[in-house]
Design a protein around this ligand. Sequence first.
Ligand SMILES: Cc1ncc(COP(=O)(O)O)c(C=O)c1O
Length: 375
Amino acid sequence: MRDYRREFSDFSPVTYLDCAYQGPFPRVTVDRLYRAIELKSRPDRLKAPEYFGLPQRVRGSFARIAGAQPEEIALTTSATQAIGIVAAGLKLDAGDEVVVASSNFPSNLFTWLNLRRKGVTVKVVRPAQDEVTLDQVAAVLTPRTRVLALDWVNYCTGYRLDLAAFGSLIHERGGIFVVDGTQGVGGNPVNLPALPVDAMACAAYKMLLGPYGTGFAYVARNLLPQLDIPVINWYSVVGADDFDSLPKEDFTLIHDARVFDAGETGNFINLHGLEASLEFVEGVTVKEVNTHCRGLLRRLEEGLRARGYLLSEASTPGHESTILGFRASTQEATAELHRRLAANQIEVSLRHRMIRVSPHVYNDEADIDRLLAIA
Ligand SMILES: Cc1ncc(COP(=O)(O)O)c(C=O)c1O
């Protein structure tokens, strides 16, 4: 079997099990970034085909990972920006309703809550336990509900939501389904066009191992015509690649998701690194990332159960991901375990009174056993 650990920096003596916080660069990404920095110190070598071709190659990679077409992908600098494309683009107004869950990461909350300033009714569903349920959402939907916005994989517990079930629920009532996929994409295979998902936001610095400040928005073809374009990126007009005669007053917008690309789209430093990371993930394959991480987390689940810890619902069949949250019997005991793990250089996160473990392919069974030896 391929020794993935050698393809990353040496973490020893640290055991890094916190990819849900920051995915580390594979060595190939570090090398590529050095080359990108050289390009900036010698811009004479940065030619137009590189400048315009790189975003398209990255877009193609995102599209393959999401099961989508490149025309359905906008390059963004964050999940927040991707959600903003839809939240601003829909031009919601007084009388419109949006439904979100309090368990969403703030990227998928604040942009929606901000619409209250315009008179939009934003309903926040508060899960009774940790996860939002279909019944809870169904109970607050009305004929005025335009948007249901949820996270695919819960950033604390690792619970993977049933996109088909929640998407169908809102579609049956005529609304659209917006999903933050940041903690899911790259670790769980997905085929977005086959799902009732109208838009997905994703930051690329976690399971996709990309640089901070990169990500994408998936905009389904049926949603595109409903979205206003508040900001025109000069890069997203027909003929933008012809520096010699750039369009001026009579420009034509590109008629697909590329029209929402972040400004300075050809950010060659970040995108070079991102391209290498995405090539790495595609080379390993998302399926293999998932199989590897799930194997490790199953080992962890068994060990934690045997020691009496309480596992999150991410251990429920059909809802697993590459993240697992767990608790000790009391909040103090959970915090104390987190301190002990940190003292033993085992890097995991404490999120909403839960310890969150999130491996990637550089982790192995010995990492899990080191954690269990302390727990
Ligand atoms: C589910 C989820 N969405 C988004 C983000 C980050 O979002 P942004 O790219 O807007 O900073 C995180 C970060 O932890 C997250 O867990």
